[in-house]
Design a binder for this molecule. Structure first.
Ligand code: ADP
Ligand code: 5GP
Length: 221
């Protein structure tokens, strides 16, 4: 018999089976398009939860505290590290960024998928911590000149900051082999379709479909 042990309350779950959630990580060199893809993914999958990181970097025009990041000072960040409040944290561009632990494990057990926009250091730490619960997707630009054009076109950074991001980009790209999936964001719609497909396929992974056992028993009865 199919019971609440086997059936999911989430309409997006394949075949309606109860499922363990995943940590869906999107990384890219800055400017390659990860925020654009993440925005599209959230629009198409509003049930995705978003991990809102803490950062010591200054807020940018258009950003909202508590939505894009929790903006905080260095002392508070250090205290949070000392209190083990982060799943992972890293130095990025002279600032500190960290993923808060709060509610992640609960959310996974309840079958929620969580989207993370974090760098390769964060992806590596999450993978070490939670292996099978983590899906790592890396987005590449079609070329370095196009990456620079996108950073300029975004109009959020000064030329100095853009130069610093470009200087760091080659290092970030060199970590491509720490990911499960690697995509080139040439046509944004094509890239987005690939990311959607990865999410759908990962939801079907046997190890995540914790509720399928009830169905199998019924099938074989
Ligand atoms: P990231 O989050 O990786 O730093 P963004 O998503 O902010 O990058 O994208 C950087 C800029 O490039 C934005 O202005 C965005 O609109 C643009 N962009 C993203 N993907 C593409 C694409 N496939 N083709 C052209 N422009 C793109
Ligand atoms: P930005 O300052 O442009 O928002 O982000 C800079 C970089 O920091 C991006 O590559 C972003 O993915 C990464 N980042 C954001 N939050 C976190 C986090 O909590 N942990 C780690 N490791 N990286 C993060």
């Amino acid at each position: 018999m199919l019971t609440s042990e086997t059936l999911s309350e989430h309409p997006e779950d394949p075949h309606g089976f109860k499922r363990r959630g995943m940590m869906f990580v999107l990384s890219s060199p800055s400017g390659a398009g990860k925020s654009t893809i993440a925005g599209k993914l959230l629009h198409a999958n509003p049930e995705l939860q978003v991990s809102v990181s803490y950062t010591t970097r200054p807020i940018r025009p258009g950003e909202v505290d508590g939505v894009h990041y929790h903006f905080t000072d260095l002392e508070t960040f250090r205290q949070m590290v000392a209190n083990h409040e982060f799943l992972e944290w890293a130095h990025v561009f002279d600032h500190r960024y960290g993923t808060p632990k709060a509610q992640v494990w609960n959310a996974l057990e309840q079958g929620h998928d969580i989207l993370f926009d974090i760098d390769w250091q964060g992806a590596q730490q999450l993978h070490q911590l939670a292996g099978g619960d983590v899906v790592r997707v890396f987005i590449l630009p079609p070329s370095m000149p196009i990456l620079r054009d996108r950073l300029i076109g975004r109009r959020t950074d000064s030329m100095d900051v853009i130069d610093a991001r470009m200087a760091r980009a080659a290092n970030e790209v060199s970590h491509w082999d720490g990911y499960d999936y690697v995509l080139v964001n040439d046509d944004v719609e094509e890239c987005f379709e690939c990311v959607k497909t990865i999410l759908a396929a990962e939801r079907l992974k046997r190890s995540r479909q914790t509720g399928i056992i009830g169905f199998i028993r019924k099938l074989l009865r």
